[in-house]
Design a protein around this ligand. Structure first.
Ligand code: GLN
Length: 488
């Protein structure tokens, strides 16, 4: 692998800005890597070669002329195909949006554009982000670069693989129920989901609006902190986006002081964690991680969150209810796929959806419509909202006793294509979406068959800075070598 591809995101920014490395050389190397490896892993749906090279040359000219560098000057990024870039296609990996062209930029895209980042290509995903394996994409299967017989995870599998396989220094995904953090941990990269309301969702194809957040993928924690710093902040077009102080998280990432911080940290482990069937290698790796944190001074305590047992059901009911409302805009009339076989208006609605949406999407619309129906609303949907509040209260209580909640990222390691993951596989990640809390997965080692394993830290709301700090400290003591790349 070309050495230039191994330079970590933060260093790459510095080297491009100082003129030590040319953005054009960086982008050329990444384009070549994508062209060489994409047929093996299927991470990208689309590559913007010409435009990316032009932008890179433009950044280099700017630097040569002594102009001030922007935050991500000349750095290539992969963007999940459910985030709008004005004038470009956005398929959400669905046949329904096959010919859709975005009329405006998502807020995060506006921010990345003003930071002079380069959108090198669109990454594959599960259709409308519904899934945990990237197998429901209408276009392409994405394989795990550590072993292409295994799934990448999902729904943001393309972005996870792109970073893991060294096809981009970092990438964006969306996380509604673990869709950034789960594929990140399956592929051995860092996956971060911000506190709900920290990063604007405007211009992102909605899945479940009360859970959705844009998240980041990078090889190391510092990369995620850098990327997140560009995207945070109030946006009047997303009503839940909070006015949070604009800070550069990277300034808080310092290996020595983050490691020292462990001496004053209380880490809570939910006792419910042990009720689940977990791959042996995951539990062994997790126990090792706990011991390392304890050895460096962290106080490890047990916490009790009885409502954990409701998490899979809660997620399913509320997520599907929101899906059925959000996907209702895909009616075959306003935009997207329109059936040519309809005889009347109702037929047009039905056939446009029937012909263009995949099985997983249809299943969720049906279930969501069911739980919102007059007979079931109180029994299912409203009840789920009450239990969600109960869960939030129990977690709020837990944070009176500890600073972070710590768990394995998933119950299982990645599986082979065709095998299914347990329904609860991502339970520890989904808790963060149900409660609006920030979560980050950090690679923590490999199984005997060389598949990556990860751990998950979850912080209290808007404690994202501290989350990056503990994640950085853990990265330094992790068994995973961030300088190792899969051979492709
Ligand atoms: N696996 C979850 C689901 O299928 C995650 C979805 C997501 O976060 N986009 O709902």
């Amino acid at each position: 692998m070309d050495e230039i591809l191994k330079v970590k995101a933060d260093d790459l920014c510095k080297k491009i800005c100082s003129g030590e490395i040319k953005s054009l050389d960086v982008v050329k190397a990444y384009v070549a890597r994508i062209k060489r490896t994409n047929s093996k892993v299927g991470a990208f749906l689309k590559l913007n070669e010409k435009k990316s090279l032009e932008q890179a040359a433009c950044s280099d000219r700017k630097i040569e002329s002594g102009e001030k560098c922007d935050f991500l000057e000349g750095i290539p990024i992969g963007i999940k195909d459910n985030i709008m870039i004005k004038g470009e296609s956005m398929t959400s990996a669905s046949k329904y949006l096959e010919n859709y062209v975005s009329p405006y930029d998502a807020t995060v895209i506006e921010k990345l554009k003003s930071a002079s980042a380069i959108f090198i290509g669109r990454t594959n995903m599960d259709e409308f982000a519904m899934g945990g394996s990237t197998e429901t994409s209408a276009y392409l299967k994405t394989a795990n670069p550590w072993n292409v017989e295994y799934i990448a995870g999902g729904s943001s599998g393309g972005s996870a693989v792109a970073v893991s396989a060294g096809m981009v220094p970092f990438a964006l995904g969306s996380d509604t129920g673990g869709s950034v953090r789960q594929p990140a941990s399956f592929c051995g990269v860092v996956g971060y989901k911000p506190s709900y309301g920290l990063i604007s969702r405007y211009g992102v194809c909605a899945l479940a609006s009360s859970f959705d957040q844009i998240g980041t993928f990078s090889k190391d924690v510092r990369g995620s902190a850098l990327l997140a710093s560009v995207m945070i902040g109030k946006d009047y077009r997303d009503s839940v986006c909070e006015p949070i102080e604009q800070i550069n998280y990277v300034n808080y990432i310092d290996d020595d002081s983050n490691l020292k911080m462990l001496k004053n940290v209380k880490i809570g482990i939910p006792k419910q964690l042990f009720n689940y069937r977990m791959d042996t290698e995951i539990s062994e790796n997790f126990n090792k991680a706990v011991n390392k944190l304890r050895f460096l001074g962290a106080e490890i305590i047990e916490i009790d969150i009885p409502s954990y047992k409701y998490v899979p059901a809660l997620y399913k009911v509320i997520m599907c209810a929101e899906v059925s409302a959000n996907i209702a805009t895909f009616d075959g009339l306003r935009y997207g796929y329109r059936s040519q076989n309809a005889k009347n208006l109702n037929d047009e609605y039905a056939k446009s959806r029937a012909e263009s949406l995949g099985y997983e999407v249809k299943k969720r619309i049906l279930f969501g419509t069911y739980v919102l129906g007059a007979k079931n609303y109180h029994r299912c949907y409203n009840q789920a909202l009450k239990v969600r509040t109960l869960l939030i209260n129990q977690i709020t209580d837990a944070y009176r006793k500890c600073d972070f909640i710590f768990s394995p990222a998933t119950l299982q390691v990645s599986v082979k294509f065709g095998e299914t993951l347990l329904e609860e596989c991502d339970i520890f990640l989904i808790v963060a979406n149900l409660t609006g809390l920030p979560g980050i997965t950090v690679p923590s080692g490999f199984t005997n068959s060389d598949m990556p394993v990860g751990v998950h830290f979850m912080g209290s709301r808007f404690s994202d800075v501290k989350l990056f700090q503990i994640a950085n400290a853990f990265e330094k003591i992790s068994d995973f070598d961030v300088n190792k790349y899969p051979e492709l």
